[in-house]
Design a protein around this ligand. Structure first.
Ligand code: NAD
Length: 459
């Protein structure tokens, strides 16, 4: 994409923003409703695109990619009037009679939203919900790796949303580098921590604020007292949903020694229950996005003890759901975010050792703890940090429309979904309104001892 095209898009969007068109409640609602209509009318288009990109099952396409955006949009429509109201603010006595203090919400302007490929609809249109609710214009840059979804997004945005306010641009690294040279009022990026740094550096040139939704190694910690049958089921889903290509997916398990074998056996059994004896034939098991990631994942299996899986087929970009046991915390598979269907199970002597291993790494995007004991649940939550967490579950914290979603430290900066998504694209502007009819002299110099004392009391 030549730079002139992006520049022309941004210019058009900026003119729209400056015209004030996007500020009204009515315009925002009309666009949110159009987005909802798009998701309903074009469900098949999106489901087909996701199947084409990574053999995503229809159920996983609808429950993850589409439902999260749909619920977030419905939530925004329901609450927008309340969100847009100026915030009531206490007035200090010094302002006197006739004064008013308000925190009003103004849209930031023209936003850039860069999406990742693993949930391309959710990660591109999800942030857009907040941008629309806030009254912003937006340039969307879907990932080039999920090509079919990128095309579906471009077509759908053109068909349903206001062309004066939204543009979809396509491209890989060179194009995105050019896109990032432009000036925006907010950059919302979903992807890897490495590219997050590039995006932040580019935004810094214009002092543009960023939201970075990144990744990391999200652990599941299993205590000896856990309901192992349920834990195994939820960990198996948390790992192998979308073939492990999920930012909040379980990256690895740490289980207390006493129940390590039992948990491993249960996970192996659940993989077979979920995907059958030959997962390659399962309509519910996805493929790896591209050859680069396929090769990287196959290399991570090398040298590890395999409890289940390990088979792969480069022609189909298929890697079987693979369970690795006896994994050394220093093994290559523990040195990077796996982002594929490999589940290392590490044995720990106790929960403190698991917490110590979490502390050795960067703050993860998600953390899961399985235990029936409230004290253990609290110990793990209170002694670790992560973007979000579940107790006795995996993945579900992402799908809470009224709760913030985002990372912390290496796993991200900023949050979205619901009111947090709206606030991400909003500037909270304090406005003091005073009358000129009353103008006590006490605030002005020369202060002198009497005025000074009064001024100090009022301050
Ligand atoms: P990525 O960082 O490679 O790419 C993300 C986006 O950045 C794409 O649109 C891509 O075109 C663009 N990009 C890639 N290299 C670039 C460069 N050098 N300069 C400018 N732009 C560039 O990430 P990915 O492979 O698409 O996604 C996987 C990563 O994203 C994982 O780390 C995963 O955990 C993370 N992720 C996070 C979330 C979240 O919500 N926090 C969700 C999904 C994925």
């Amino acid at each position: 994409m030549p730079l002139t095209t992006v520049a022309a898009d941004i210019d058009r969007l900026r003119r729209t923003f400056d015209s004030g068109k996007t500020r009204s409640y009515e315009w925002r609602i009309s666009q949110l409703e159009a987005l909802l209509r798009m998701l309903d009318d074009q469900e098949t288009r999106f489901v087909d695109a996701l199947a084409g990109d990574m053999h995503r099952s229809e159920v996983e396409a609808i429950t993850a990619d589409l439902a999260v955006v749909r619920n977030d949009t419905t939530d925004a429509i329901k609450h927008l009037k309340k969100w847009m109201k100026p915030e009531p603010t206490k007035k200090p006595a010094v302002l006197g009679i006739g004064a008013k203090v308000e925190v009003i919400h103004e849209p930031l302007g023209v936003a850039l939203i860069i999406g990742a490929w693993n949930y391309p609809i959710m990660l591109t249109l999800g942030p857009l919900v907040g941008a629309i609710a806030a009254g912003c214009c937006a340039v969307l840059k879907p990932s080039e790796l999920s090509k079919a979804s990128a095309v579906a997004i471009e077509r759908s945005v053109a068909e349903y949303l206001d062309p004066d306010a939204f543009a979809v641009v396509q491209g890989s690294i060179p194009e995105t580098t050019e896109i990032l040279e432009q000036r925006y009022d907010h950059v919302f990026f979903t992807g890897s921590p490495a590219v997050g740094r590039i995006v932040m550096a580019a935004a810094a040139k214009h002092l543009t604020p960023v939201t970075l939704e990144l990744g990391g190694k999200s652990p599941a910690i299993v205590a000896a007292d856990a309901d192992l049958a349920v834990a195994a089921k939820r960990i198996t889903q948390g790992k192998f949903f979308n073939a492990g290509q999920t930012c909040i997916g379980v990256d690895y398990v740490m289980v207390e020694e006493a129940v390590a074998q039992e948990l491993t056996d249960l996970v192996v059994a659940e993989v077979k229950n979920f995907y059958g004896e030959d997962p390659k034939t399962s309509i519910d098991f996805a493929r790896i996005i591209n050859a680069g990631n396929f090769d990287r994942l196959v290399a991570l299996i090398a040298g590890e003890e395999i409890a289940l899986g390990g088979e792969n087929d480069s022609d189909q970009l298929y890697i079987a759901p693979t369970v690795l046991v006896g994994v050394d915390p220093q093994a290559p598979v523990m040195m990077e975010e796996i982002f594929g269907p490999l589940l290392p199970i590490l044995t720990v002597a106790n929960i403190d050792e698991a917490i110590a291993i979490v502390h050795e790494g960067e703050k993860p995007l998600a953390l899961y703890v399985f235990s029936k004991d409230k004290a253990i649940q609290e110990e793990v939550i209170n002694q670790t940090s992560s973007g979000g967490a579940c107790i006795n579950d995996t993945l579900t914290h992402l799908a809470m429309p009224e709760a913030p979603f985002g990372g912390v430290g290496e796993s991200g900066i900023g949050q979205y979904h619901g009111y947090d998504g709206y606030l991400t694209f909003t500037h909270r502007r304090t406005v003091v309104k005073r009358t000129t009819k009353i103008d006590p002299d006490v605030r002005y110099p020369p202060y002198g001892p009497v005025k000074g004392k009064i001024a100090e009391k009022l301050a």
